[in-house]
Write a protein that binds this ligand. Structure first.
Ligand code: CA
Length: 237
């Protein structure tokens, strides 16, 4: 039985999400503001936190950062709820450690599919045993470890679950152009609902972590009219 903490100040939306996910068999608890959420999070140790960005006092991004800082044995998934526009840019811009986000207003199918996709991810972990190496990157699927080798240094990349899967997918076929639809299929599954620009958000966040200059990416290239591809030289030696 998975436990979900819903952090949403609008009572109607909170109730809607709670009823929806309880019908799916999840145990749900609701917090209406950031400080309650942080306190409650520590007692509850949920598997997933659904976190509204626009909260009074401490906003959702700050709550997300604090939850990640506390850490816990469970290390829950964090799904952000964001209003269209400026809030999305902030979710991309800040490395708060959120795993995924859903844009308001969302439909019931969309939210349920995204929650299921996150939990599927944890089931899949440990299944594949391959690793991929290029000149500048190693992605080890068994150890769930991604490294960047640049300027004589090896750095472990701090990636969210989706960022890790995105990098692993792209690096598995260097030079191959992936459409957004193909990446959605790989990363969220065939039951995905919603806007395919969600791919762009995760690509932007991944670029910030792996590129020297995210505005002029060397590794994750945009393929106009299609989507994205990964480029790097083969591993030496
Ligand atoms: Ca709100």
């Amino acid at each position: 039985m998975k436990t979900i903490l819903i952090v949403e100040d609008e009572a109607e939306i909170a109730r809607f999400i709670q009823q929806l996910l309880e019908k799916e068999g999840f145990t749900c608890h609701v917090s209406r503001n950031g400080s309650d959420a942080i306190r409650y999070y520590q007692q509850l140790q949920p598997d997933l936190v659904i976190l509204d960005v626009g909260l009074p006092e401490i906003d959702g991004l700050e709550v997300c950062t604090r939850i990640r800082k506390y850490g816990s044995t469970k290390n829950p998934y964090i799904l952000m709820l964001t209003a269209r526009g400026e809030e999305i840019d902030r979710v991309i811009g800040l490395s708060t450690g959120a795993d995924d986000y859903v844009v308001k207003p969302f439909g019931p199918m969309e939210l349920v599919a995204r929650v299921r996709a996150l939990f599927r991810r944890s089931l899949r972990q440990g299944a594949p045993t391959q690793s991929h190496s290029t000149k500048h990157f190693t992605v080890d699927l068994e150890q769930h470890l991604a490294e960047r080798h640049l300027e004589g240094k090896t750095e472990v990349l701090d990636l969210t679950a989706i960022e890790f899967d995105l990098l692993a997918t792209l690096i598995s076929h260097p030079g191959r152009a992936w459409s957004r639809a193909q990446l959605i299929d790989k990363l969220w599954g065939a039951d995905f609902f919603g806007d395919d620009r969600v791919v762009d958000t995760h690509v932007a966040r991944l670029r910030k972590k792996i590129e020297l200059n995210p505005t002029q990416p060397l590794f994750i290239k945009t393929v106009t009219g299609i989507g994205y591809k990964f480029e790097d030289a083969a591993k030496e030696g």
